[in-house]
Design a protein around this ligand. Structure first.
Ligand code: BGC
Length: 404
């Protein structure tokens, strides 16, 4: 569907925003200590730098006896990312603040049972279709398909047993982990057997890169994302209302009362959806704007400013926590991003820090095609045909303001 963006092109592009001009491209990782040791030897690309290590530990067992593993990606600059094979969930992202103090900036749980029983998609791979499809129905090449209704009158995040609830097979790769899953023809109502790979890699410059790759044997639809809930002050530290957000989006897709896009591409100018200048997330989150009222906060797809059909990897967002100095820059090849402020967190879920999560305690930046695209011909297409390969890349790059 889209051309893959080469790493060298990405790092060339990234270099211009790196303070001090540090060229990420010349320090791209470097060495990998893979697990199990026999599976993958140390990799060295001929550059000097710090190594990224990948290690594996048991994370519990599902009711049917399936063992789940947790992989830890760690670099030499204080960043650690933990991923489990259940749902490909990013369970933890540890990253330093401006004083070098490490915090886990991803909401989650400290045990597998909670992920299985009650997770609101914390950190998970979302598929086959991220976000909603109206009334769980779409028509492709003259055939109408019906998906499970699991969110009011709509189908959300791939249905009842979406990609977030399956066990993925893991392969250690240089600097990270490749997760693979085959979704059989008809699974959750979607046509075609789909083979999906999601590769998480950590760089020595504190960026988590996610590469998606999928093929199908019948015409189908696809929209993949990662559902990490970020709080740059640390999970369980309270709300994100003082955290400042910039989005490269002059337009968004307003929704109806069931959170399905109306089909209109609306300008953000003059609304609480205008993040074209860095603005505190909480500044307008209680305004009586009808769209804010419907969603009880932000739960909207922003239309990234880019030429139609462009799928180059570009910087689309910068989030900043003034208190800790942590910065999150997001890069993607996708045309949209869902900003969701954890509006449905109601204080009943408890995170690893043993604090409850409430409305507004996180924000997501779910890079994606627009919700309900199969029913909106004017939106960028989410159709994948057997002759095509789906690729998508998102990079979450962490840094700290003023960090030496
Ligand atoms: C959706 C929300 C939904 C949440 C689930 C988001 O992507 O836009 O409406 O409640 O996922 O946690």
């Amino acid at each position: 569907m889209r051309p893959l963006v080469s790493r060298s092109k990405f790092f060339r592009a990234l270099a211009w925003i790196v303070p001090g001009g540090a060229l990420l491209g010349v320090s791209v990782v470097l060495a990998v200590m893979a697990f199990p040791a026999a599976a993958s030897p140390t990799h060295n690309r001929g550059h000097k730098g710090d190594g990224v290590t990948v290690s594996k530990a048991p994370y519990g067992t599902l009711a049917d006896g399936t063992a789940i593993d947790q992989y830890t990606l760690a670099n030499q600059h204080g960043m650690t990312v933990k991923i489990i094979t259940y749902g490909g969930i990013v369970t933890e992202i540890d990253t330093p603040d401006r004083h070098g103090k490490i915090a886990n900036v991803a909401l989650g749980f400290d045990n597998l049972a909670d992920y299985v029983a009650k997770s609101p998609y914390f950190g998970a791979i979302i598929g086959r279709y991220a976000n909603r499809i109206a009334k769980g129905t779409f028509t492709l090449d003259g055939t109408t398909y019906h998906l499970p209704i699991n969110n009011g009158v709509n189908s959300l995040h791939g249905g009842i047993m979406g990609f977030d609830k399956h066990v993925w097979s893991a392969t250690v790769v240089p600097d990270g982990l490749k997760l693979s899953y085959t979704s059989v023809d008809g699974e959750e109502g979607y046509p075609g057997t789909m083979k999906v790979d999601v590769t998480y890699t950590l760089t020595s410059k504190n960026a988590l890169r996610i590469d998606y790759h999928a093929t199908t044997d019948k015409a189908t639809i696809i929209n993949l994302t990662n559902h990490t809930y970020f709080n740059l002050a640390g999970e369980g530290s309270g709300d994100v209302f003082d955290q400042v957000l910039w989005l490269k989006a002059h337009n968004y897709t307003p929704v109806d009362a069931t959170l399905i896009p109306t089909g209109v591409i609306a300008p953000v100018a003059g609304t609480p959806f205008d993040f074209t200048k860095p603005t505190a997330i909480g500044l307008r989150i209680r305004e009586a704007d009808p769209q804010i009222v419907i969603a009880q906060g932000y739960d909207h797809n922003f239309v990234i400013d880019r030429p139609a059909g462009d799928s180059s990897l570009i910087l689309i967002s910068k989030a900043f926590d003034p208190a800790s100095g942590r910065v999150l820059k997001t890069w993607t090849t996708e045309p949209g991003v869902q900003l969701y402020t954890g509006n449905f967190l109601d204080g009943t879920l408890v995170g690893p820090s043993h604090h409850t999560y409430r409305q507004g305690d996180a924000f997501t930046l779910e890079t994606q095609h627009y919700p309900d695209s199969p029913n909106e011909p004017a939106f960028p297409s989410t159709v994948l045909r057997p002759s095509q390969t789906f690729t998508s890349t998102t990079v979450y790059a962490f840094s700290a303001d003023g960090h030496k």
